[in-house]
Design a protein around this ligand. Structure first.
Ligand SMILES: [Zn+2]
Ligand SMILES: [Zn+2]
Length: 360
């Protein structure tokens, strides 16, 4: 029996409960979590903006140590430190055949599985986004773990699995920021902070952080922001003023709201790139007129999981960490226990803080 944060139903509060995990079956591993980040997607799953089968154990950004392996797992052994990958690629679908593994059509098939039971009454539990990281231990497909990089503390490595891959990938793979370009990042949460650091690594000449909260300026500047704009009706104008009236070469939207996407677009220079990382709801309608689409010549791109191949990108991120270019600890504004997750959700809704990290 292990403790877990269970989502009993969409819209219901999380409950801390004991769960029974089975022994790992063929192709599976059991992992003892060291840490798990609280991501905005967990909140989106709990409130129904995104859907997975429930009751579920949420949490998809984690790292820990393999404690048992199932039949047929030969490349991992008890004692191996691993980072969880919530979007394993199947290798066989159209996207995978093109190398676009972040768009794998089968990545979330595991979410429908029953992976554990509630200890009190035997209720079937689903693993959220595959990996059920809001628990002391989890049982996952061996495809859902990657070796943890050497020289990165395991608790920090948890963040690599979602926030850092997503924010870094948005800048490096989707927007392809080049040295000397100007960048604006909308939303200073875990992903936004990673995007700011990625823009610094890319050698951006000006990095503007935008957030509704004035309280995040120090956090943003610590991650590489050279300028800070508190979001308002005049944000796009302020950003154009900071960039010789042009607008930024690249705007990265990490909020998932129509107004922020529209402002990110408006603050992008003619011919520039606007990358949407934030996951918005279906009610968030963004409108453009036909003339402006032509006139501004901008590229508007969605970006899933940072367009990352975790197996390829984790070692690169680890190199940046070891060289001191990427500061994982700087993303974390709060270390909590499982019982602190509901309050972390409240903080996210209120736009407070960076990443909350559950430390086991
Ligand atoms: Zn996430
Ligand atoms: Zn696939």
């Amino acid at each position: 029996m292990v403790r877990a944060a269970v989502l009993p139903a969409v819209g219901a509060p999380l409950e801390i409960a004991e769960i029974d995990l089975p022994d790992p079956g063929p192709g599976q591993v059991r992992v003892r979590l060291a840490a798990a980040g609280v991501c905005h997607s967990d909140l989106s799953l709990s409130d129904g903006t995104m859907r997975v089968p429930v009751p579920a154990v949420l949490g998809h950004e984690g790292a820990g140590t393999v404690v048992a392996v199932g039949e047929g797992v030969t490349h991992l052994a008890p004692g191996t430190d691993v980072v969880l990958n919530w979007a394993p690629s199947c290798g066989g679908c159209h996207a995978c055949s093109l190398g676009e593994v972040w768009l794998c059509a089968n990545a979330l098939n595991g979410a429908a599985d029953v992976y554990a039971r509630r200890a009190s009454d035997g209720t079937d539990l689903h693993p959220g986004l595959n990996v059920a990281a809001f628990a002391e231990e989890t049982v996952v497909s061996a495809n859902c773990v990657l070796p943890a990089p050497d020289g990165v503390p395991l608790t920090d490595a948890a963040l690599l699995g979602c926030a850092v891959l997503t924010g870094y990938g948005a800048v490096h793979h989707s927007a392809r920021v080049r040295q000397g370009e100007t960048v604006a990042v909308y939303g200073v949460g875990g992903v936004g902070l990673a995007a700011l650091q990625a823009a610094r690594i890319a050698g951006a000449s000006k990095i503007v952080a935008v957030d509704v909260s004035p309280a995040k300026e120090e956090l943003a500047r610590g991650a590489g922001a050279t300028d800070y704009v508190v979001a308002s009706d005049t944000t796009a104008r302020e950003i154009r003023a900071l960039t010789g009236k042009q607008g930024v070469d690249v705007a990265v939207e990490c909020v998932g709201r129509a107004a922020a996407i529209r402002t990110a677009w408006d603050s992008t220079r003619r011919g520039g790139r606007t990358t949407v990382v934030g996951i918005g709801g279906k009610d968030q309608q963004v409108t453009f007129n036909a003339l402006e689409l032509f006139h501004w010549g901008r590229t508007l791109a969605g970006c899933v999981y940072g367009n990352c191949d975790p197996a390829r990108d984790l070692p690169v991120l680890a190199q940046h960490v070891r060289a001191g270019r990427l500061d994982l600890g700087a993303l974390v504004t709060e270390r909590i226990g499982l019982e602190g997750i509901p309050a972390a959700f409240e903080n996210m809704l209120a736009g407070k803080g960076g990443r909350a990290l559950v430390v086991f």
